[in-house]
Design a protein around this ligand. Structure first.
Ligand SMILES: [Zn+2]
Length: 358
């Protein structure tokens, strides 16, 4: 296989790779996402991303996958990892301008790609995602108060709080004004920042609603196809409902089979880390909020968390449908308190995480 060099960056043609290996390939032009199939192996790439999911492992490069002249160019290291994972007993070696495939050298142990531990990188950025916005108000409480305004305000406090606690980590807001963003786009904002030697955290901030005005309290979620209970399922359904406002033609593609397969392919490692992050955030909130009940860590199938390739959680900071809690949720001091609780949890997670990967 030829190695293509463009401006010092090295790539392999996907057309070349699939042809040589007999790999099946499907490409979704709307999402810019392709899937490679070979026997029981699967690899997923997205153009513009510097990472790929290869047999359920996340691999990163410093440069993104690009489209060129009807072909897709994979960064050399990602092409090599794909071949190594797919062929099991062979490996790809770069020699000059050629990528050669040869028998695995050294001890004749067949490589079990599933047992190769994923390399973890230090957290270098955080995406704060204020729920809803623009034409999507989110949950609406008494007197017409809107979730989208509360989530933005808390998220801004969260940025300030995180910046003062964490040095050398960049903090980004998915929106910093009242505008509509699709769910899939929100996860994308984190994923396309993933590069070699970087990792991120994704935090979506929401306000809960219930038919029962008596229910109050805060809870933190991580992604799972098996919700904790009926309540958790309902909360996810409520938050997922926004897709009715998204472009109809694209909706099925984004939240249909492909996305589902991808969600299931998210490594157990990322899920484990997300559950750790959720526990830490909830603990941070527990320490700060004494007026309302801690409803604990829960799991459910939130679309906004589905595509995330990094530890991701969704915080439901309280119930807009509870008159007393809604009153507090509108207060700046209470919003700051919530932000500080979340920030404390995030900081403690990062400390633990960085110690773990050393
Ligand atoms: Zn919401």
């Amino acid at each position: 296989m030829n190695i293509i060099t463009i401006g010092g960056d090295r790539y392999v043609s996907l057309y070349d790779l699939t042809g040589r290996l007999g790999v099946e390939h499907s490409y979704d032009i709307y999402l810019g996402r392709g899937t490679l199939y070979y026997r029981n192996h699967v690899a997923v790439y997205t153009t513009g991303y510097s990472c790929m999911l290869i047999d359920g492992r996340l691999e990163k490069d410093t440069i993104p996958v690009v489209r060129r002249d009807g072909d897709v160019l994979l960064p050399l290291s990602l092409a090599k990892s794909t071949i190594d994972s797919f062929l099991e007993d062979r490996e790809a070696i770069a020699r000059g301008n050629t990528l050669i495939i040869q028998e695995l050298r050294g001890p004749a142990i067949k490589r079990d790609s599933e047992k190769i531990p994923e390399k973890r990188d230090r957290i270098t950025f955080i995406i704060i995602d204020p729920g809803h916005g623009g034409k999507d108000p989110g949950a609406i409480g008494r007197g017409g108060i809107k979730e989208k305004h509360i989530t933005l305000s808390i998220s801004r406090y969260l940025v300030t709080s995180l910046k003062s606690r964490l040095k050398g980590i960049s903090i980004h807001l998915s929106r910093n004004n009242d505008r509509f963003i699709e769910l899939a786009q929100r996860a994308d904002m984190g994923n396309n920042k993933l590069k070699k030697n970087t990792n991120g955290i994704f935090i979506s901030v929401h306000v809960n609603a219930s038919l029962s005005t008596r229910i109050s309290g805060f809870e933190t979620y991580f992604l799972s196809q098996n919700p904790t209970n009926e309540e958790a399922r309902n909360t996810a359904a409520l938050e997922n409902n926004v897709i009715v406002l998204e472009d109809e033609a694209l909706r099925k593609k984004k939240y249909g089979d492909i996305e589902y397969i991808e969600a299931r392919m998210i490594t157990t490692q990322i899920q484990k880390e997300s559950s750790m992050l959720a526990a830490s955030v909830q603990k941070g909130l527990d320490g700060k909020i004494k007026l309302f009940k801690s409803r604990g860590v829960r799991k459910a199938d939130f679309y906004v968390l589905r595509g995330s390739l990094m530890p991701a959680v969704l915080v439901e900071v309280g119930f807009i449908t509870n008159a007393r809690e809604a009153q507090y949720l509108l207060k700046n001091d209470y919003q700051k308190n919530i932000a500080q609780g979340i920030a404390l949890g995030v900081a403690q997670f990062i400390q633990k995480y960085n110690a773990m990967i050393k």
